[in-house]
Ligand binder design. Sequence first.
Ligand code: GLA
Ligand code: ZN
Length: 687
Amino acid sequence: MPDRFAPISAKCPHVLHGGDYNPDQWLHSPQVFDEDMRLMKLAGCNAMTVGVFSWTALEKADGQYDFTWLDETMDRLAAHGVFAVLATPSGAKPAWMSEKYPEVRRVKADGQREVHWFRHNHCRTSPVYRRKSQEMNARLAQRYKDHPALLMWHVSNEYNGRDCHCELCYQAFRTWLKNRYHNSLDELNHAWWTTFWSHIYTDWDQIRPVDPTLQGLMLDWQRFGTDQTIDFYRNEIVPLRELTPHVPITTNFMGFSITLDYWKFAPEVDVISWDSYPTYSDRPEGWLSAVNTSLVHDMNRSFKGGKPFMLMECSPSVTSLAAVCRLKRPGLHILEGLQAVAHGSDTVQYFQWRKGRGGNEKFHGAVVDHYPTEHTRIFGEVTELGKILARLDDVVGTTTPAQVAILYDWQNRWAIDLTEGPRKEKKDYAQTCCAHYRPFWSAGISCDVVNEDTADLSRYKLLIAPMLYQVRPGLAERVEAFVRAGGVFVTTYFSGVANESDLCFMNGFPGPLREVTGVWAEEIDALHDDETVDIRALEGNPAGLAGTYKARILCDLLNADTARPLAVYDSEFYRGRPAVTVNTFGKGRAYYIASRNDERFHADFYGRLIADLNLRQALGGKLPDGVTAQIRTDGKREFIFLLGFNRQPVEIPLGDKSYGDVLTGETCAHMLKLPAFTVRILETNGI
Ligand code: GLA
Ligand code: ZN
């Protein structure tokens, strides 16, 4: 990992600030365009995303292209020193295309073709859609390749791997399966255990991915969805790579969204970007939403080994898709924008710049409201954030060296969600990863996110892999090597259960992880929502556990092989069985947490590990609830983002160090008062 990465584009080595700009919604009111430019300058915007859903505005009928408005937009942006993140429009297809070429519309599981509606719903196999989008992209690239405003490509919008059950997709899926199973139906039948319920396939054409009782099939269908989407994307970028080889390419991801395996997609793009729309509640622990967002930011930074990413979309105010469209409380927008930067984003961008008068998202927050003046609360906050970002040039390209890695893996998640048992609901893989991440967030300790295929684990001191149900080939060996060399590994209940095809391991769970963890999980008990099981810390345990904790939802019944129990169950018929164990393995050790435990458990358990491993905290001293501190550095200068998500002011003890406030120049020592929803950017004096 370099100390400092290059800016996204050398053309604009600043933090990018801007958003989706859709002038094609306003062609009937061209007077807004000059006003847009004036307001953009006021708000400190330097990069606007143009043309995301503009296909029909650029091609009104098959082959009838008209780029006039886009030419004018690009020229206007350039004239005002604003760059264009130029989109390809495949996220929404024109009505004429749906009519003329029905194959571009997806087909539902019952075989019925969708009507023309919504967006993000093209068939990703359709040769027509592929040809038409490539033709469009070739024209865009040809036309704007030398345009001074062109900064980068925003390919399509929020690709998803959702189903299309058309014959074209099925044929492609069968070809994909033939490739995976070496043209052997026997191999496929074995991998999917099709003898159960007489599901044996005797011809490839019998395979239809509509049967949730065949987990191996559905798992492969999900994988195919990712591969086929990537294939569609590769087709889209052919002309972009050819005509604009130096212009970086991104496509906007959607956090933990389950349809695509972003670990597979990440190497395909030059820059990672994602769209973040958290919601906050008024409850005292409303700030927990920020923990989840931080984890996703960390994951996006980790996708390319620490390389800064882009916050491609967020709302400066409400998210109209939410069940309850809560206004962002004063300060929250600036806080969230800088939270992204704190975790490695080099941009803060919005959806969208100007609120549309109509359409589905007319109430979604925008920088410019229906009363399009700069004298609004939202415009004021955006402007203030713009001013802050403009002072963060030195942050651009800096990164975050982390000593802790959380393993989050899409294929594992799919397998957990698809499998029947041990509970229908509350499997909560992502939330569980978040619960294990929270103590580090609260302690101001940077974390990376890895997946099962991450090759190099050696840079971490601590690897945490909750609910590692699916263990693919190679992972156990890498975990063993990591622990043998001195690493600390933590895993939990419901781990090492099945292989990549969802076939259970036959050597006792956690299967290939049995040796490193030194335990054998014999059975798993699922609890009803309101049930708990007690866990009692063993006297003198070295893991910082004390007293009794509560377990919920899932409890493994463990046998310790070589591992040493640190806590035991203290109720239920499995009272006395190990509930937490540690196994020494080579120079390192592996912990097994047998149940889903309460927050106090995580605080104690990880609190001790943080101390034992001497993990680097951004600020010394204990941070109050709802506050985190995150570091970005180039190895010399260190920016410490202190982020407070509380609705009440809090006080931060600074220990014996003093800090300089990057924005105000003020020196901070002893105690720092952080008002509700506030961020401070600090530097250690004397670094
Ligand atoms: C997504 C999309 C945008 C818009 C926003 C807000 O992120 O990419 O087009 O719909 O959500 O809802
Ligand atoms: Zn299809």
